[in-house]
Design a protein around this ligand. Structure first.
Ligand code: FES
Length: 161
């Protein structure tokens, strides 16, 4: 296998393995670490995690594909994940999604041609009380409106590549 963790991430992985009671229990943080390094969990990356944790590939694949927080294909620098679940929908989540699709010129599930933005619809982000919610990479944005979502995209565009 050509893929490997960087020295620093290899150290972090060994430290994770030392701090969890079982290798299975260490799987989620190991996948997070892998996604942090590789950007998404390709088939090869999941095999690498399986090998390092001495778990079956099936166990790693089933966990990685269950959680929407793990990207199974390349995403843009800003991965905007809009909650499509009921609380957010009832409070205008569909309007937030529509505003983002219009501003970005893409549909949910697509990435802008410049590779800067990926737009996805995901299930509950655990911010139902402050719906509608969305997440950009690791940060959650609550009580969104279409206007707020567009302003957020415009602010992100101003960031240096
Ligand atoms: S339903 Fe949207 S955060 Fe829970």
């Amino acid at each position: 296998m050509d893929l490997s963790f960087t020295q620093d991430n290899d150290r972090r992985l060994r430290s994770l393995l030392d701090s969890y009671p079982t290798r299975q229990a260490c799987l989620l943080p190991a996948l997070q670490l892998a996604q942090e390094q590789f950007g998404y969990l390709s088939h090869e990356v999941m095999l690498l995690v399986a090998e390092r944790l001495e778990l079956s590939p099936a166990s790693v694949f089933s966990t990685a594909t269950f959680y929407t927080l793990f990207n199974k294909r390349p995403v843009g620098r800003h991965h905007i994940q809009v909650c499509g679940n009921v609380s957010c929908f009832l409070r205008g989540g569909d309007a937030v999604l529509a505003a983002l699709e219009q501003e970005l010129g893409i549909k949910a599930g697509q990435t802008t041609a410049d590779g800067r933005f990926t737009l996805s619809v995901v299930q509950c982000l655990a911010s139902c009380g402050t719906a509608p919610s969305l997440q950009v990479n690791d940060s959650t944005h609550e009580e969104m409106t279409g206007e707020k979502a567009v302003a957020l995209v415009r602010k992100l565009r101003e960031e240096k590549p």
